[in-house]
Design a protein around this ligand. Sequence first.
Ligand code: NDP
Ligand code: GDR
Length: 332
Amino acid sequence: MKESKKVALITGITGQDGSYLSELLLKKDYTVHGIVRRTSNLLRSRIEHLRRDEKLYGRRLFLHYGDLSDSTTLRRIISEVSPTEMYHLAGQSHVGLSFEIPESTCEETGMATLRLLEIVRAQPSPVKFYHASSAEIFGDASASPQTENTPLRPTSPYGCAKAFATQLARVYRQSYGLFVCNGILYNHESPRRGENFVTRKIARGAARIARNLDDELVLGNLESRRDWGRAQDYVQAMWLMLQHQTADDYVVATGETHSVREFVDAAFAVVGLPWEKYVKHDSLFNRPTEPVRLVGCSEKIGKTLGWKPAGNFAQLVREMVEAELAAIDSRQ
Ligand code: NDP
Ligand code: GDR
């Protein structure tokens, strides 16, 4: 079999974005290497279909054990794989939980990015590096909508760690001429979203209530607003950034916000139930602080790389609820 010349290395391949990005790169004829950490459960549900594909696994898709805290292993994997492109997506990605486990969040998100940049800097062949930055770096945003030039004012340990990593990525690009891009991504969702993020929790809750498996859905702040897009479109943006002739930072967003309440309303409308009867509030899910006015301006990536979001809010909600219903029905 002819070896593809484009070799990608993905940290966080088992996550929502890593799984969609792997599919995209494999379709584009890349050889894809992913770093997975040791867990007690071998089933990696989001990439299991790729791992079971005999035409891919062991031929154009490879998994390597490594943890973000383990620099000697990361260095060995990067040297052996010699990637042309590296997508750094791994880390503790839950903002609310970062208040409970701030040290490990900052270690994984901040220090691990520094670790990887240092390893990439020492590679004999250039590696294009994508860093998964986040809208959370803007936190208590001083301007709205936010652009690549909006000041960083994070409001959570997670946001602080991403701000540190984002600024470091800029420093490595400017100081050493490395091809490093920050994708400043706003919330993006899909049926593969982790179950403790609000959109998946709502979609799953609405579907389970509709099928009489649950009788309530307990949430935190219903008035929070987010700029929600589709994960499948956002991994396309990651890839586009590394194909451009120069490295830069890009905001990736829809430019539209909706409240958690609107998401709930739309999700329960899909199953034809009145949400007010089932949704309860528990302050356990409230956060000590919330970012404000988070909405992104994706004009730069639109003009420079031709990216634009596909689909709208209503389609996203429907897609997520229908996927939950289909999963329940296939088990019954
Ligand atoms: P997920 O939480 O779905 O995936 C995180 C990935 O990181 C998983 O593969 C996880 O492995 C891996 N990981 C976590 N800690 C370690 C570690 N110590 N060593 C090795 N691997 C580790 O996140 P998403 O796919 O949603 O997001 C991808 C990245 O983009 C994250 O950095 C996130 O912070 C950032 N981001 C996400 C946005 C979104 O809306 N989704 C928006 C902006 C930024 P395992 O499967 O074993 O848990
Ligand atoms: P976020 O996503 O913090 O924006 O981070 P999340 O879905 O966790 O929260 C969105 C908003 O919903 C409110 N909320 C709840 N959130 C959760 N998780 N559970 C609840 O029960 C609940 N009730 C209300 C939250 O308070 C918040 O305001 C995501 C992650 O993917 C990050 O990794 C990424 O960087 C940012 O998006 C951009």
